[in-house]
Write a protein that binds this ligand. Sequence first.
Ligand code: ADP
Ligand code: ZN
Length: 365
Amino acid sequence: APVITVPVPLGDRAYDIFVGRGLLAGAGPRIAALGARAAIIITDENVGPLYADALAEALQRQGLRATTFAVTPGEATKSYASLEKVCDAVLAAKIERGDLVVALGGGVVGDLAGFAAAVVRRGVRFVQVPTTLLAQVDSSVGGKTGINSRYGKNLVGAFHQPSLVLADTALLDTLPIREMRAGYAEVVKYGLIDDARFFDWCEANWRGVFSGGLERDEAVAQSCRAKAAVVVRDEREDGDRALLNLGHTFGHALERITRYDSARLVHGEGVAIGLCLAFRFSVSLGLCPAADAERVEAHLAATGLPTRLSHVPGGCGSVDDLLDAMAQDKKVKGGALTFILARGIGQSFIAPGIAVEKVRSFLAS
Ligand code: ADP
Ligand code: ZN
């Protein structure tokens, strides 16, 4: 099967993302090329039984010493307690500076294992083998790692770029459909940010992305190219990288309101509703044609994603509840919010200083 290579040219920390169906079986030589003697695979208890042995064997065939450590699945695992367990597992496996931590899993495993790799021995190299669509198109690229604290999500972490990302699109064949859809919201986001042609492509090809045709590889690769371009311009989110937050100011608020209960809402579902709200808000501010907002909503709805506040199971409270939840977001400063708005599909921009009152009247409408 064809393999697509997406370079991430970050100077002395440059790395490649490989995208393709069936990459896992041939992962050994690519990982061994990094020159390590040993690797520890960090995974979770859903993904481990499916794929960890195949990966460990691929590494062992190249003469690497490979062990596996599995954590409990779910967002609650991005904790200080699991960080301690993972760091101890890395040390117990005698992983040295030149060796590797290999994250095999979704965003939870990638963020946690990446952070452990960033801090153990003041930094060991790590490889991402993302197993969710969300992780393949978003969290495995860009070097953000971390855990949650009682004060909020992702508040303790480090920038630590991977040495390699292997996105085997066949691994998504076992992913629950709901997780697949949630990741797809982030794919659509890249079109909405600055690539109208890619949004057109998504409208025409989304079925192939879901069914696992070559379109899936193309969607993952194109998303990685888009994310890599933003990360290379603004690695530490001092500027442009904020565009990646399109749909996320509303989305994060909905996640907070539903108490991060994945039975009610997962991240990508919050993003899908958030993307629709960001476009409708842009329309209400007179910035964006209504037809573009309608196209966004129609496309996300066609894939089965939620698109409206009324789609949140258990409801999302009053307008004030939503505003309160948004005010807790780190992007809020002095009565005004920074939003990512759009002049149309593929024409998003950072809009600082949006008065809370404008958001209130939009949400109340
Ligand atoms: P995200 O990437 O959305 O942050 P998580 O790391 O929380 O997601 O993974 C979402 C759920 O899907 C978890 O329960 C995880 O164990 C499971 N999972 C991840 N990858 C796969 C896969 N390829 N096949 C089946 N289940 C998977
Ligand atoms: Zn996101």
